[in-house]
Design a protein around this ligand. Sequence first.
Ligand SMILES: [Zn+2]
Length: 363
Amino acid sequence: MLNPLDLFSPSYEVARRRFRDAARAAGATLEQHPVDTGEAGGDLTIDVATVGGREPSWAVVVSSGVHGVEGFFGSAIQLAWLSGQTAGEPPPGDGAVVLIHAVNPYGFARLRRTNEQNVDLNRNFLDTADAYTGAPDGYETLDPFLNPASPPSPFEPFRLKALWHIRRHGLPALKDAVAGGQYRFPRGLFFGGHGPASSTRIMRQHLAGWLGGAPRAMHVDLHSGLGAHGRYRLLLEESAPSPNVEWYRDTFGSDVVEPLATAGGTSYAATGTLGGWALTHLGDTRYRFVCAEVGTHSILRVLGALRAENRAHVFGRPGSGAHQRAKAELLECFCPRSDRWRARVIEQGLAIIERAVRSQRIG
Ligand SMILES: [Zn+2]
């Protein structure tokens, strides 16, 4: 296998080319689905590589870049797995491994967490048109703090302002307000869209087909930016206690599996997630889903980076120092440059995929 540090690509274009080359070398079948960004030019595609049989008895799905810029990390793990195949790792046998590269290629290419319409795709998988409305209690109050109508300034006391809000409303309230997804402020953070995005439509249309009729499947959706530096958690769409949750704990270890908070709990229930959609709509398949979330920096630093990048995107001048600083900090918050972090997440990512494969082989 390649040196883990060489698996990280400097741009979406390079990551996409390497993914496609590695897939061919591993004997995978390849598909590409252009995402309609409303802009001319650019090769922004969701690429899907399948390694394994035509009528597989199980499938493991690994997706990257639902949150654009997080693709730098997810793509590196997918590339690590593919190069392992070329280097003689055991192939999936009677199963299939389906790698979905860059679900949000626009955000990957432009260093954004959201897509071409500022949509957080993991809040965009809603079933009815009238579900794309509303905002959590408290978002409106926080809107002037989260989404100031000016470019970012290095002199602004963001940390102080954030701490003031946390003191006043508590961290759970802030988390609820910002991370639950909102459908009212199209230029604001955590916007879930006014309808299904192009990437969402592609995923909905093809995900069942990519499974090749497999009766059981395990989906690992790769994310970064939340949690302790270099540590991962597997977030479930299901809440405990349930036999399903026990299955995940047995498969991946109870220390890393985090069930969905139950109603009335302190955590938020996000709507419109990819996992929630897959679990309800792939009824012919026994579908399992985890959102693998790897921590990078503190929640305040990540929130500050998201806020500054959004301001730079909406109000800044591309190419300006402030714009470039905001992009660089966002990248650092979702794919840190630290060699240790990078080597560690590759090892963890491969271990998660290996456990997923083993769990499906057994049946
Ligand atoms: Zn994410």
